[in-house]
Design a protein around this ligand. Sequence first.
Ligand code: GRF
Length: 196
Amino acid sequence: LKLVVLISGGGSNLRSLVEASEDAEFPARVVAIGSDRDADGLALGEEYGIPTFTVAFTAYADRDSWGDALLEQVQQWQPDLVILSGLMRLLPPRVVAALSPNLVNTHPAYLPEFPGAHSVRDALAAGVDQTGASLIVVDDSIDGGPIIAQERVPVLPGDTEHTLHERIKSVERRLLVQSVLDIANGHVDLEELRTA
Ligand code: GRF
């Protein structure tokens, strides 16, 4: 399974996927890493010898033209699956349409709880004693797509946004690797999920 992973940040979840794919038995490999900005995680490309590309959102007049440029870069790699792992930008509808259902996103909450870009902070502010991690098929909603996998994560007394997010990420990484395995070996059918 050829994966293209899109990031905007440090790419710690991406690192887990790359490390998993170092195992010859793992039926997927990251063929390219892309970003909408000069993300720290692009350095993983250098570290692991994986091609990277940047389509800077700020270099385009509008979201649609940015999306078209991003889609062109992604499709060059002919990925079987595109993974949004900390891409902090909404994809335009025509990009989602072109890639769906082979387009998944990892989100640091137990969707449909706490959608959006500040879910860890929102969970803390809500004073809940548990939140979660979710992997979903991307559709045109904001974090409302079909759920592939999700798991509860406890919120502990004294948690900061950082400590809670790190605990969530450790679950996200496991869900990501397991879900890629399940998709590669047909245990999860994204087309079925999308039309369910
Ligand atoms: C992850 O928690 C992801 O779910 C969220 O942003 C974080 C990215 O972390 N959208 P990293 O860049 O993989 O460290």
